[in-house]
Design a protein around this ligand. Sequence first.
Ligand SMILES: Cc1cc2nc3c(=O)[nH]c(=O)nc-3n(C[C@H](O)[C@H](O)[C@H](O)COP(=O)(O)OP(=O)(O)OC[C@H]3O[C@@H](n4cnc5c(N)ncnc54)[C@H](O)[C@@H]3O)c2cc1C
Length: 439
Amino acid sequence: MNQEPRHFTTQLAVIGSGIAGFAASIFAARRNIRSAQVGNTGAVAYTTGYLDLIGKQGSAPGSVADPWQALKTLRESEPQHPLSRVAQAEIRQAFAEFTEFLGEFGLAYSAPGERNLTALSPIGTLKPTLCMPATMAAGPAALAGNAACVIVDIHGLKGFSGAEMVANLGQQWPALSTQRVTFPDMARGEVYPEVMARALEVPATRAKFAALLKALAGPATVIGLPAILGMHGPDQVHAELERLSGLEIFEIPTMPPSVAGLRLRELFEQALPRKGVTLIPQQKVSALSFEDDGATLALSDSYGAIRVHAQAVILATGRFMSGGLHAHQSGVREQLLDLPVTQPASRAEWYRERCTDPLGHPINRAGIEVDDLCRPLSKEGGVYNKRLFAAGSILAHHDWIRSRSGAGIALATAFKAVTGVEQFLFNPGRPSRVGHNRR
Ligand SMILES: Cc1cc2nc3c(=O)[nH]c(=O)nc-3n(C[C@H](O)[C@H](O)[C@H](O)COP(=O)(O)OP(=O)(O)OC[C@H]3O[C@@H](n4cnc5c(N)ncnc54)[C@H](O)[C@@H]3O)c2cc1C
């Protein structure tokens, strides 16, 4: 075996393949920044496909209807929150560029609007979100209009129950009913969303499934399905199924890992290399070092060692689940560079007494500190290295699960970090700007 490491040289190296890492690569490609992205498997496969900006304001009851107003309030109440440190124009542009990119590759999204949308969860509860896949958009509209709708679930599919959806939504949606079908050619045993999604990419299976839906619809004109409308190019599968059945159809994300999340990951992995990004998927960076003239990432795959040499690096390694942060007996550590982590003073302060405390738990706000260009700070409080930027859930001072702002924080801070990288690479003496788009 060749013992010499393979070398890649690039302007930007992105570490992490969650929404923040992928978004950073997309924003960089649009700005003609040559990039390489290295990422281990992560949380993106677990997402619902909904892109939340902010759905819950602090401990206030109820959901946020106007996310832009909520961001103004957040800026007053939590000025250190990552979303409070990115201008609204930048957040809007981040969502617009990200969803435009997905649409270009056959996964259209609703445009980011002025109000939150009402999204359906896998168990028939409702949550606010800013953007949703076009394949899911007819659901909230049917709910709002109390349209006659059948939720179709499938024999052998676990974790998605039409009866549960009707039980949870029936009061608000009296015209909702449910039926169960056998998926074409999968009559026996357990069936899996991913397998059905790939099967529906085959025209013959699609035609059989459309005929089943048509037969069961009765007076209903709208059908809700678990998210199984294709792994690649779901817009096309969705349009074809609607055409063949003559019904309006929408998807609902299933329990993680949902096709909606897997679809995003597969799209990124196929589309980014076509935009010139060097993608090194399913690998973990074991060391990151900085020299006078650049940074070096060390990793290895089954062929041996790899070195990525970059002018700038974006750290988007996530929190505990993805391995960006690690909780030890003595505290929380950032895994790659041992960057200082803002965290409760002792383990005794990680959690509040009540699990469901509306204030949330202090440990969920742990993370690294950055300056206004998203550059991590050192123990001394200065910039750790002028070549290092960070984005996503690894940042301190937010609890994205509680505030329903997972994608929002990832997109906004990735946008900010790429703006910082662009300034560092091309205009080191000038302040950053927003609103340009070279591709
Ligand atoms: C179950 C679930 C449901 C969700 N639902 C929604 C939703 O409905 N709406 C929404 O907006 N958001 C949702 N999210 C949140 C969203 O998916 C992201 O978790 C969140 O936006 C944070 O993204 P991130 O990129 O910062 O981090 P992560 O998604 O955690 O990604 C970090 C990445 O870094 C990688 N990594 C870590 N260390 C290394 C290393 N040393 N070398 C290489 N790679 C490394 C990890 O493998 C991972 O790929 C959901 C998340 C989960 C888990």
